[in-house]
Design a binder for this molecule. Structure first.
Ligand SMILES: [Fe+2]
Ligand SMILES: [Fe+2]
Length: 180
């Protein structure tokens, strides 16, 4: 495991210990987690508009935007994915009742796809002479995959928990510190 991965997992463990606030008016058991998703999606929309403005930006602004996009995705999306794999997905697997078969397997795999896409953006942004157009195309694709992934979690995984758990049960599981 690379130092980079270890750092992400350590941050994920710290995030996991924080209780999740719910959006006012949302009384679903997974409201706290949905609020976390909503916050990240707002940042992703901001990233999307930044990527859209890349073509008209100056050289220095382009570099700054590319670094910003990679930094956000690395610090927030990868951390979020590691936290889900440690805390959310095991509960979804358990509630799906698939007798040991990981119901979340394809979404865990998709975390890997997203991770590789972010690594690719990082290499492009770090090039001596970055190709801004290619970066913008790759960033669009990456944001598209992330958007679809979030929707699948919200529309397939979370309803499973909403149907079978109370808000207190969801919060207790999702805010628990990981086992060492
Ligand atoms: Fe995820
Ligand atoms: Fe997620």
């Amino acid at each position: 495991m690379r130092t980079y991965d270890v750092k992400i997992l350590l941050v994920a463990a710290m995030v996991a210990a924080v209780a999740l606030p719910a959006v006012a008016g949302d009384d679903r058991p997974t409201a706290g987690f949905r609020a976390e998703h909503a916050g990240i999606k707002e940042h992703l929309r901001h990233l999307d508009s930044k990527v859209g403005a890349l073509a008209g930006a100056t050289g220095a602004e382009r570099r700054k935007t590319m670094v910003f996009v990679v930094k956000f995705l690395t610090e927030h999306i990868l951390t979020h994915a590691a936290w889900e794999e440690a805390h959310l997905y095991p509960v979804v697997d358990e509630r799906a009742g698939r007798q040991g078969e990981a119901f979340t397997a394809s979404m865990r795999y998709e975390h890997g796809i997203i991770g590789r896409a972010i690594e690719g953006l990082s290499s492009q942004a770090g090039a001596a002479r970055p190709d801004t157009k290619a970066f913008a195309r790759a960033a669009d694709r990456t944001l598209g995959i992330i958007g679809a992934h979030f929707e699948k979690e919200e529309e397939v995984f979370l309803p499973l928990l909403d149907r079978s758990m109370t808000r207190a049960e969801v919060d207790a599981v999702l805010s628990a510190a990981p086992a060492h």
